[in-house]
Design a protein around this ligand. Sequence first.
Ligand code: ZN
Length: 273
Amino acid sequence: MPELPEVEQVRSSLVPHVVGRKFTGVRLDVPKMVLHPGVEEFQKSLVGRTITGVGRRGKYLRLELDNGMWLLVHLRMTGALLAVKKELPEPRFTHLVFQLDGPENLYFTDIRKFGVVALMDGDGYEDKGYASLGPEPLDAELTPQYLKEKAKGKSTVLKAFLLDQSIIAGLGNIYVDEALFAAGVRPTRRVNRITRKEWEALTIAIKAVITQGLEHHGTTFRNYQDADGHMGDNSRYLQVYHRKGLPCLRCGTLLKQIKVGGRGSVYCPHCQK
Ligand SMILES: [Zn+2]
């Protein structure tokens, strides 16, 4: 699933293709992708509107429109937004086409069809996931005190805690495993047993792995690509994710994979306590 660095790369790569462009039509093959409003209303409301900006919050994209409405997009597992010249063939797995007034259309492709869009038109509709997002990893608000406070009285395992989008927005399996390794803490620890020093190490590690992911335009393993169809370069810098059974790059111990809260987690049994 695209996480913060990947979604941010999609955002910045979209800008030159779509900002200032007007919707001339919307073709929708998978109606369930539209969460709000109804399909016809969705299509009608977009046509004629100009895109004025592209924002991001957590793993959500926001396409801002000239009338104050905005389009919320979540790529989920395998979604992608591709800007492709109109004379070229439509990309594979296209389920939603935003026809634009320029030389390109914007294609929402999705192998698994879990991606969603919603038009935020000020009629009171709220996306629960979006509305409850916690601070961004690079916000000044994300501090060891903040995490310690949030963890108070909870016996959640650390991995699930860090994946909770209402605690921190934008982290997923890749960057959580990387941050846990960098901080030297095991994914299975209970959050009420994490020490002050460990929260400090975790905060630094989270900010570092996200910064590194952003610098390398995200991590591509299978499906993730940006609006130009480019892949991320960050996979070669990962220390533990996807390295089950390989030697730890720090100590040589073989990395272990376990399931934590239903998610595969790779860690070093020697370096992580
Ligand atoms: Zn190690």
